[in-house]
Ligand binder design. Structure first.
Ligand SMILES: [Zn+2]
Length: 220
C-alpha cells in the first residue's frame, strides 16, 4: 500500500505532467529530473551490490529505481516553499484566543542515518491580528519534515516559519517522535519517544500560558 502511493507520487516528477509538484510556468525540466533519478538508481544499485546483494535477482530488479523515486518523494520538501504554500491563506482577524492544532502526523528522515523518524507535532500560536487556515499548519510541518532533518531543527524551523508569516504574540511547537535509527539498534524502545519543543514570545514569557498548552497535550 505505502509503496504504491510512493510510486504514484514520484512518477509525477518523471511523467510529462505537472500535477502541482513542479512550479507551473517556471522552466520545469522533466528530462533533467529523469537524469537525476537515473543517477540515483545507479547509486542504489552500487549500495545493494556492496552489501552483497545480487541486483539481478527478480525481487530487486526494479528496486534501485523505486528506491530513487521513493527517496525523492520523501524529500520533496526541498522543492516546496512556505511562502507559496501560505500565499492567500493568511487573514486579518481580531482573534485573541490561542489557536491550537494537536496531533499533526509527521514523517521525516534523520540526516545522520537516512532512516525515518516519525510522530506527532503540536502547534499553538497566540494571534496578533493575523491567522492562517488550520490545514496550512500541517502543510508547514510537512514541508520541513520531508527533508533530511534532526528533530530539534525541524521543531525550530516550524516555529520560525509561523512566527515570520503571522507575527503572532507567541508560538509553541512540540514534536514527539520515534527514531528508527535508535529503535532498530536497540538504543531506544519502540514506544519511547523523543520530545522537543520551541516556545517563542508569550509562550516563552508567560509560564501559565505555556503550562496550559503543555497540559492540554497530555489529554487525549
Ligand atoms: Zn539517526
Amino acid at each position: 500500500m505505502m509503496s504504491e502511493v510512493i510510486e504514484e507520487y514520484s512518477n509525477m516528477y518523471i511523467d510529462g505532467q505537472h500535477k502541482g509538484l513542479c512550479k507551473e510556468g517556471k522552466d520545469c525540466d522533466h528530462s533533467a529530473n529523469a537524469d537525476r533519478v537515473s543517477q540515483m538508481e545507479k547509486s542504489y544499485k552500487n549500495i545493494l551490490t556492496e552489501l552483497g546483494e545480487d541486483v539481478n535477482r527478480e525481487g530487486l530488479l526494479r528496486t534501485p529505481l523505486r528506491a530513487a523515486k521513493a527517496m525523492q518523494f520523501l524529500t520533496k520538501g526541498y522543492n516546496e516553499s512556505i511562502k507559496e504554500i501560505l500565499n492567500g491563506a493568511i487573514f486579518d482577524e481580531n482573534h485573541e484566543e490561542v489557536v491550537i492544532v494537536k496531533d499533526i502526523e509527521m514523517f521525516s528522515l534523520c540526516e545522520h542515518h537516512l532512516v525515518p523518524f516519525f510522530g506527532k507535532a503540536h502547534i499553538a500560536y497566540l494571534p496578533n491580528k493575523k491567522v492562517v487556515g488550520l490545514s496550512k499548519l500541517a502543510r508547514i510541518v510537512e514541508v520541513y519534515s520531508r527533508r533530511f532533518q534532526v528533530q530539534e531543527r525541524l521543531t525550530k524551523q516550524i516555529a520560525s516559519a509561523i512566527s515570520e508569516a503571522l507575527e503572532p504574540a507567541g508560538v509553541a511547537v512540540v514534536i514527539e517522535a520515534v527514531h528508527m535509527c535508535m529503535v532498530m539498534r536497540g538504543v531506544q524502545k519502540m514506544n519511547a519517544s523523543t520530545v522537543t519543543s520551541v516556545m517563542l514570545g508569550s509562550f516563552n514569557e508567560d509560564q501559565d500560558l505555556r503550562r496550559e498548552f503543555l497540559s492540554l497535550l497530555k489529554k487525549n
